[in-house]
Design a protein around this ligand. Structure first.
Ligand SMILES: [Zn+2]
Length: 169
């Protein structure tokens, strides 16, 4: 099922999400819905708070469904190691139409659990490292615009306020 994606302004996007402790059918359904929503958007990463669920679950697929073997469904992701730096243009399905340059680690080691609760670990570089960093931020109630300078952040916020006033946010 394709779920509506919450936009900047929704309180769920500012909330620190809860760890997942129960790995059941319901969780599998949520993950499947998130994957379908991600591919439909289309996007390369989606975190549960973006569909209004404050649980530590994220789906990532750099191929946007082109290669199903590349799909990552991760529960309770944690950063074990973060190295280097990369600066690149970034956007977010919850902040549509806006992009800006965000600094992220170049390499990351991520550990977490798969949908069955089994431990998993990923060595991520470049775009995948950026994506993990962005998704883990979501689980901590942080959006990419929170990582911009206060001036840029204010500019984007004001534009969004205008859009919201016009009923187009
Ligand atoms: Zn995002």
């Amino acid at each position: 099922m394709i779920m509506p994606i919450l936009k900047y302004g929704a309180p769920e996007l500012k909330t620190v999400s809860e760890p997942i402790t129960v790995f059941d059918r319901e969780l599998e359904t949520i993950a499947r819905n998130m994957t379908e929503t991600l591919y439909c958007a289309p996007g390369i990463g989606l975190a549960a708070p973006q569909i209004g669920l404050n649980i530590r679950l994220s789906t990532i697929d750099l191929t946007v469904g082109e290669d199903p073997s590349q799909l990552i469904v991760i529960c309770n992701p944690e950063i074990v190691l973060a190295e280097g730096e990369q600066r690149s243009e970034e956007g977010c399905l919850s902040v549509p139409e806006f992009t800006d340059t965000v600094t992220r680690p170049r390499r990351m080691r991520i550990r977490g659990q798969n949908i069955h609760g089994e431990p998993v670990q990923y060595e991520a570089g470049d775009l995948l490292a950026r994506c993990f960093s962005h998704e883990i931020d979501h689980l901590n109630g942080i959006l990419f615009i929170d990582r911009l300078s206060s001036l840029k952040k204010t500019l984007i916020r004001n534009k969004i306020k205008k859009l919201a006033k016009a009923g187009s946010w």
